[in-house]
Design a protein around this ligand. Structure first.
Ligand code: HEM
Length: 393
């Protein structure tokens, strides 16, 4: 007989932020479907259940307008929509993400941008690559692709963090929404001028694609699409880059492998985001009663599908807590699954695998982690190192 999922009242938010992987390990072994009181949600921690939920949007809907995200973004965004409504908004931006454009336009441009940032790094010194490279590079590439190159790296990163903080403001504290309101006002003012420009001058940007979309979308949704890309396309490549560099530099065999054959950069990318998923969790709203592993999920429940946990599931990976460049199977769900599968997947792979990782190992072949124990890992919804001091040699 199905029963309600067990409730856990011990797990707390601080623990989820500092050491989520121990919590998920415990849950996978003891309560893979679990109502975690501190989050007010039912956590799914087994890889198969997470994929099944994301692949079944009819029962596990993204359409939840009652989240802080709508307030923070001042919009019901494509990430919180299903079906045709979601598809038309996603498709409107799609031309800016086409494989041809990535190859012929974004890759050469990103190569130049990377040269620019990497050439400014001082040789022979210890540099924190999080604020001095990974963050600005992710901000600049995203600004270019969206068609908002006039926004500064600092503004792009501030807007991104403000939107993320607002979307995670489940306590609905006014302070976070005051900040996101200000960021929205700044972004909206800029977007107005960009819209006028792309109406007159064609370019390859997401804004140009949306203005000329086959199925037109409202201006408000063009704005919210770009805000989703800002909130979801800067932290992730930044955190992925820092995570992958840590994983490589922490093991001499890994360093030797990538220097010997660039094919290992691609392997390092998949292993890095499997090991520490930059977006760790995604919520879905249950639209009809359904049983998962004998547990009854009721209509109206919210589940957290934990892709971070999928990447460590013992049924799929041995020693999942270890970054192992040479592991045979690096399958992961870190780009999500189903209709909301990350739209920036190919761009993210290109900018790190084809450009940034080889460039860094080429310019600084003997670089070293300056102090591995000084690296601070943090985050529940989004996760990565908060700093990455590297001796650039
Ligand atoms: C390593 C880097 C990245 C990771 C791990 C990542 C991860 C994800 C995940 C897990 C989702 C799905 C969330 C859900 O199911 O609710 C997602 C969605 C999305 N991502 Fe990424 N992302 C990355 C980079 C990027 C970049 C660079 C961009 C933009 C250039 C981007 C744009 C988007 C957009 C627009 C969506 C929403 C898609 C939709 O709802 O249809 N991402 N990403």
């Amino acid at each position: 007989m199905p029963h309600l999922a067990p409730e856990n009242t011990d797990i707390n938010l601080a623990q989820l932020k500092s050491d989520p992987y121990s919590v998920y390990k415990y849950l996978r072994a003891n309560a893979p479907v679990c109502r975690v009181k501190a989050t007010g949600r039912t956590m799914l921690t087994k890889a198969a259940d997470i994929k099944a939920a994301k692949d079944n949007p009819k029962v596990f809907s993204s359409n939840d307008p009652n989240t802080p995200m709508a307030r923070a973004f001042q919009a019901h965004t494509l990430m919180r929509k299903d079906g045709d409504e979601h598809r038309s908004e996603r498709m409107a931006m799609a031309p800016a993400f086409s494989p041809r454009l990535i190859r012929d336009h974004w890759q050469p441009l990103y190569q130049k941008l990377a040269e620019d940032y990497v050439s400014k790094l001082p040789r022979g010194e210890v540099v924190d690559l999080f604020p001095n490279l990974a963050g600005p590079f992710a901000a600049r590439t995203l600004a270019s692709q969206m068609g908002m190159a006039e926004a500064s790296d600092a503004d792009m990163q501030r807007w991104s963090q403000t939107l993320i903080d607002g979307a995670g403001n489940f306590g609905f504290a006014e302070k976070f929404f005051d900040d996101s309101d200000l960021a929205n006002a700044e972004m909206n003012a800029l977007f107005e001028t960009i819209l006028e420009r792309v109406k007159k001058t064609p370019d390859n940007s997401a804004f140009f694609a949306m203005v000329n979309a086959e199925i037109p979308i409202a201006q408000s949704q063009m704005y919210s699409n770009v805000k989703i890309a800002i909130g979801g396309g800067i932290n992730e490549p930044r955190d992925a880059l820092c995570t992958i560099l840590f994983g490589l530099l922490d093991n001499p065999a890994h360093i030797a492998a990538v220097k010997d054959d660039p094919k290992w950069f691609s392997e390092a990318f998949e292993e890095g985001i499997r090991w520490v998923a930059p977006i760790q969790v995604s919520s879905r709203l249950v639209t009809e009663d359904i049983v998962v592993r004998d547990c009854l999920l009721q209509q109206g429940d919210t589940v957290m599908t934990i892709q971070a946990s999928a990447g460590h599931d013992e049924e799929v990976h041995e020693n999942g807590e270890v970054f192992d460049l040479f592991r045979a199977k690096k399958t992961h769900q870190s780009f999500g699954n189903g209709p909301h599968f990350c739209q920036g997947t190919h761009v993210a792979r290109m900018m790190l695998v084809q450009i940034m990782l080889p460039m860094l190992f080429d310019r600084f072949p003997n670089m070293e982690l300056a102090d591995r124990d000084a690296v601070i890992w943090s985050g529940f919804g989004f996760r990565g190192p908060l700093n990455l001091p590297v001796h650039l040699k």
